[in-house]
Design a protein around this ligand. Sequence first.
Ligand SMILES: *Cc1c(COP(=O)(O)O)cnc(C)c1O
Length: 377
Amino acid sequence: MRKKTQFIHGGIFGDETTGAVSTPIYQVSTYQQESVGNHKGYEYSRTGNPTRHALEELIKDIEGGKRGFAFGSGMAAITSVMMLLNSGDHVILTDDVYGGTYRVMTKVLNRLGIESTFVDTSDVTKIKEAVRENTKALFIETPTNPLLKVTDIKEAVRVAKDHNLLTIVDNTFITPYFQNPLALGADVVLHSATKYLGGHSDVVAGLVVVNDETLGEELHFVQNSTGAILGPQDSWLLIRGIKTLGIRMEEHEHNTKAIVEFLEDHPNVENVFYPGLSHHHGHETAQTQASGFGAMVSFDVGTEEKAGEVISKLKYFTLAESLGAVESLISVPAKMTHASIPKDRREELGITDGLIRISVGIEDIEDLLEDLKQALS
Ligand SMILES: *Cc1c(COP(=O)(O)O)cnc(C)c1O
């Protein structure tokens, strides 16, 4: 089954009992048992719910894994995966991971004895150097936010396997339409489904797929024990969102290519960051491990004042955090998503005050280009 078909026919199609073409929202917490312990596969909705199960089967198929899981947010998904580890274990992570991932590792999980080191995983020798006796996992985010740095997943997995580390990939930015980390050797792939998978800025959710039955059993144990599940209504919204992921991603990327071309030629733009650009660091790797470059782009207009001016003049780019929805969203990372990072550290990472990040939507590209043109002039 090809991807666009799989988004619609993967997992569990419709409802067997009624013939409903859309999986119903099973708004239920418990299930009648015919006799003690004799049930139809569902006992209590924290353990399993038919709508959530349909979503979990769908994401499992899409990422090509053994078992899927739906959580109440991307952070709930990440935290639950980390709960596979024990106190005293050490994790190596990409240095510019999502801010929430950095926060949960350094302010919450550290208190439970899970140690972490952040390195530039786009250079695999840095991963090797960070391995310790108690290292148990490697957590990669690729491409990253906001500079779209790319890590070679296959190479990273090779290093991880040499040291018996579990490889976990945050695939939020590029989506399973373009990139499937499990096929590149990763053990766990996860998503903030709040972004492209949902696609409409109307649901907060997290999804995980594992490549091994035993690991699946362990993660289900964590999910059921700690309870960070996704509800049936939001599970249904995600199933609906995923059906159009293929056409949305094509349109997102089509618009992004035109915008990148426009920005590259603009005299008031200093730097454009997009994996599809041949001069982008990681362009070659992106090309080998993904079938597209996605729809996140960052560019530098020089100063904080200019960035503010450009943003205030735009009509169709909504000033907001988050990404991956049908509407174009714009942000200034130094003042918004990355404001908590000290200025000198930000500059070390290349997150300058004049940097603007766009999540390109699927509006008419002519409108988006006209809007950018008037704002940048
Ligand atoms: C948003 C995001 C998360 C966190 O997901 P939530 O759904 O907001 O909890 C994790 N990783 C990446 C790359 C993200 O963009």
